[in-house]
Design a protein around this ligand. Sequence first.
Ligand SMILES: Cc1cc2nc3c(=O)[nH]c(=O)nc-3n(C[C@H](O)[C@H](O)[C@H](O)COP(=O)(O)OP(=O)(O)OC[C@H]3O[C@@H](n4cnc5c(N)ncnc54)[C@H](O)[C@@H]3O)c2cc1C
Ligand code: FES
Length: 332
Amino acid sequence: MYSDLQNRSTAAARPERDLEVVVADRQVVADGVVLLDLQDPDGEVLPAWEAGAHIDLVLPNGLVRQYSLCGEPQDRQSWRVAVLRESDGRGGSKFIHDELRVGGTVRVRGPRNHFPLVPAQRYVFIAGGIGITPLIPMMTAASSGGADWQLIYGGRSLTSMAFVEQLVAEHADSVAVRPQDTFGLLNLDALLGGPGGLSDGTLVYCCGPGPLIDAVEQRCTGLPTGLLRVERFAPADASEPVLHGSFEVQIASTGEALTVSPEESVLEVLRCNGIDIDASCEEGTCGTCETRVLDGQIDHRDFVLTAAEREQNALMMVCVSRAACPRVVLDL
Ligand SMILES: Cc1cc2nc3c(=O)[nH]c(=O)nc-3n(C[C@H](O)[C@H](O)[C@H](O)COP(=O)(O)OP(=O)(O)OC[C@H]3O[C@@H](n4cnc5c(N)ncnc54)[C@H](O)[C@@H]3O)c2cc1C
Ligand code: FES
């Protein structure tokens, strides 16, 4: 049995150094999707990464947004990200579409990986729309490792779905492209078939819109923990979190104990007390603020940790998660 912490690329929220990269290429690869090639301005190699990793784009308008790396990990000269324009969003993807041109520069952080490809004999990959991005290098890695895999890829229409030509050209026998305007919703029952419907040694990886992930999670209820891996690009539920009583956070390096009231997040209290923590989404989806827990039970409210990781209580996302006991000790 593998460890759920295996392959994770970070475990603490100490501030990371930003890198500046230049946009070396920009292509429109589907309706509303641009593919950017990012390179070091001096041609230096970029930090290594593995399938499932993402980077933060630190935008000049003050927004920080996450994008999955969808190129080849072996290519250390270039990082590729594909960005969907979210017209009703707060402006991150609009800025990237409208302002980031070839030759322009942007600051990045990472890579970071909360969606690692765990070794398995067989994989079922399920993608919806732009959720295809982290799965692209996973399919390459699965093929190189000799694993059997299949992809079912849905989207609103064929023209809105990035990378279809490339996927079909490279893996015609393993890829099922299912645009909704032609095929309707993905047939998850046929794919997952309920308990017993997946052969032994199969892992399921899913990324896409919230309703697709919810439906896949629902069909995988009752399957062994760790068999399904998902990555959400946005929180599952936008409702206001329920805040219970106060609790204490102890800083392991100094012994200082800080009180977190029901109105505050752990992240806010740490920052107010001069403890610098990297954070980005501040809504529990990106994993940037992941912090090691040395003692105490956590009320996990993020969308990053797996069920097994939650049970281990070794990590917490301090932007949203809280203590489920009077005091937690953080490795800070
Ligand atoms: C690990 C990870 C990897 C990702 N990889 C990719 C990728 O490869 N490609 C990609 O295109 N995107 C990816 N994303 C999503 C990306 O980081 C951005 O969230 C996305 O580009 C939208 O940013 P935005 O600022 O344009 O919109 P946001 O303001 O973030 O809005 C996104 C959606 O949230 C809703 N919304 C609007 N206002 C608010 C508000 N005030 N609060 C909360 N929600 C609101 C809207 O419905 C909107 O469509 C990833 C996210 C994560 C966490
Ligand atoms: S800042 Fe994104 S999970 Fe906490």
